[in-house]
Design a protein around this ligand. Structure first.
Ligand code: GRF
Length: 210
């Protein structure tokens, strides 16, 4: 059975959605750097073990990453899912879990990496926005793209309405990417992801008119 760990920092809706999806694996741990993350309670309610590794109690990033890596290694995860996890993971951390860490980001990467992606999208006046699931590399929100979903941006949209529409899409595409990963359908070549070795599925774009 595939062992999956989820890292969160906040409310944990993606985590809860993943756990409730039909994924061929066992969620062995939900860990947070934020002791007050609402998702910790959600995880406990679903009977999943939780851990807090509070980054504020470490004097530097290396020490935090090392403590986190050690905690995760206790569970021998096949896959680590970042779901609203607000820390950038170092090369040292990622080298221990090579090509086993995925993230979801609320924009059509490479547009709008980092925080406040909806605000950035509105500021730039884009007509299409969305979300991306990608492999995690030490560069922020820049790893090989697995799947994206796009939504139209209407003139009346604000940060809140976009966040709501994009979150619905996040809940659709993250489980798809996780299933592909666990079914060993993903290959990375030249920093690009291929699904089932078929180039036509590379970075599959799911359009949803919401
Ligand atoms: C999501 O929009 C995710 O893409 C971003 O942070 C948000 C987390 O939401 N990285 P939740 O904690 O999964 O509800």
């Amino acid at each position: 059975m595939n062992k999956i760990v989820v890292l969160i920092s906040g409310r944990g809706s993606n985590m809860e959605n993943l756990v409730s999806s039909d994924i061929p694996g066992k969620f062995v741990l939900v860990a947070s750097n934020n002791p007050h993350a609402g998702g910790l309670k959600r995880a406990k309610n679903m009977g999943i073990r939780t851990a807090i590794i509070d980054h504020k109690t470490y004097s530097n990033r290396q020490d935090f990453d090392l403590a986190l890596a050690k905690k995760l290694e206790e569970y021998e995860p096949d896959l680590i899912l970042l779901a609203g996890f607000m820390r950038v993971l170092s090369k040292q951390f990622l080298s221990r879990f090579e090509n086993k860490v995925l993230n979801i980001h609320p924009s059509l990467l490479p547009a709008f990496p980092g925080q406040h992606s909806h605000k950035q999208a509105i500021k730039k006046g884009v007509r299409i926005h969305g979300c991306t699931v990608h492999f995690v590399t030490p560069s922020l929100d820049a790893g090989p793209i697995i799947v994206q979903s796009a939504i139209p941006v209407n003139p009346k949209d604000d940060e809140e309405s976009l966040a709501k529409k994009v979150l619905e899409q996040e809940h659709q595409i993250y489980p798809i990417a996780v299933k592909w990963f666990l079914e060993k359908k993903l290959r990375i070549k030249d920093d690009k992801v291929f699904v089932d070795e078929d180039p036509k599925f590379s970075s599959l774009l799911l359009f949803r008119d919401t």
